[in-house]
Design a protein around this ligand. Sequence first.
Ligand SMILES: Cc1cc2nc3c(=O)[nH]c(=O)nc-3n(C[C@H](O)[C@H](O)[C@H](O)COP(=O)(O)OP(=O)(O)OC[C@H]3O[C@@H](n4cnc5c(N)ncnc54)[C@H](O)[C@@H]3O)c2cc1C
Length: 358
Amino acid sequence: MSTTPPAEVLDLVVVGAGIAGVALADIVQRAGRSVLVLEARDRVGGRLLGHRHGDVRFDLGATWFWPNEPRVQALAARLGLRLHTQYLAGDALFHQPGSAQRIDGNPLDTTSGRFSDSGQDLVESLANELAPQTVRLGAAVHRIAYDESSQRLVVSHGANTTTAAHVALAVPPALAAAKVAFEHELPERLRGLIEATPVWMGAIAKVVAIYPTPFWRAHGLAGAAISHLGPMREIHDMSGPNGSPAALFGFAPGQVGEPTATAEACLAQLVELFGPEAAEPSELVVHDWRAEPWTSPPGVERLTAYQLFGHDLFAQPAFDGRLHWCSTETATEAPGHIEGALAAAERAAHSILDTKAV
Ligand SMILES: Cc1cc2nc3c(=O)[nH]c(=O)nc-3n(C[C@H](O)[C@H](O)[C@H](O)COP(=O)(O)OP(=O)(O)OC[C@H]3O[C@@H](n4cnc5c(N)ncnc54)[C@H](O)[C@@H]3O)c2cc1C
C-alpha cells in the first residue's frame, strides 16, 4: 500500500514581501512560528523601490518618514540604516503658465526623515534578518482555498501549493480582489470593501531628475514647487546628505484614460520652474505605478474612497480568524505610509500569535 506523506502545515503564509509582509514575518518568526513569504516579483520591497544610478539608489517609491512615526524610526535604528533629514532651506516656487512665481520661504516641505540608501534598503535589511529560505521570490499567489473542517488554508502559487493555519494578505486589498481566487467565498461586505479600497499612490507616476549638482540651492531655492498645470503637481528636493547625490522629484497623478506624463513634458516643466540648468539632468526617470501589475489593479485611478482605509473589517480576520489583512491600506494609524504598513503588520501578528501554533 502506498502512503502519501501528509503535507507540511505552516503556521503562516504571508502573501507579499513589501514592508508589511516582511515585518509580519519577522515578528511571527521571532515568536517561534513557521513562516513562508510568497512574493510575486523578483525582488522584495513592493512600493519601496530604489533605482540604481552609478553606485547610489534613488527612490521611485516611498521617500520620507515623519517625526510622529515611531515604528519606522525604531526599525531603521534597529537595522543601523543611514538616515538624513529633508532639505528645507530656501524659497519654494508656484508654477504659472510659462513661468514660476517665487514664494517667500518653503511652505511645501515639512520636517521629515530620509533613507540615505533608498527606502528599499529598509525592507531588504529586514528580509536579511529572516531565517534562510523564508522569502520565495517569483511566487505569485493566484488561489486561496479554505477547508472549514480542518481550518487549514491551501495557497496556490504557480504550480505549487502550501498549506497553512493562517494566511496574511500583505498586498493592497483591491489587488488581492483582482488577482486571487478565493475558493471559500469571502463574506459579502468584505468582498465589497476590498474591491473598493484605493491603492495608496497606485495611480501616481513618480518622476526623478538626477543632476550633477543641486544647482537650485545656489539660487536660494528649496527645490520645492507646486503646480496646478502639471504634469508634476508637486516637486521636492530629493538629494542625499549635503546635496550629494543631487536630485529633484515630482508626483504626476495618472488621469483616467490618459497616458502617463512623458519625460519630455516633465523636463520642460522643470526648465520652466528652475531655469536652463534644469535642462540637462544626468538621468530622468518616469516611474508609473499604474503600470505595475503587482501594485495596481486595472482602473486603479477610479478607486478614490480613501475613507475605507483602516476599515474595521480589515481587523477582523475572515475564515474563522485565519485570513488576515496587513497592507498599509488596512492600518488605522498612518494608513498609506510605511508606518501604516508596520502598524498593520503588528496588528496581524497579534491576532495570529493569539492562536495556538500548529
Ligand atoms: C510613489 C510613491 C511614493 C510614496 N511616498 C511615501 C513616503 O514618502 N512615505 C511613506 O511613508 N510612504 C510612501 N509611499 C507609500 C509606501 O511606499 C507604502 O505605504 C508601503 O511601501 C506599502 O507597503 P506594503 O507592504 O503595505 O505594500 P506593498 O509595498 O505594495 O507590498 C505588497 C507586495 O505584495 C506583492 N504581491 C502583490 N500581489 C501578490 C500576489 N498575488 N502574490 C504574491 N505577491 C504579491 C507585491 O509584489 C509587493 O511586493 C509611497 C508610495 C509610492 C508608490
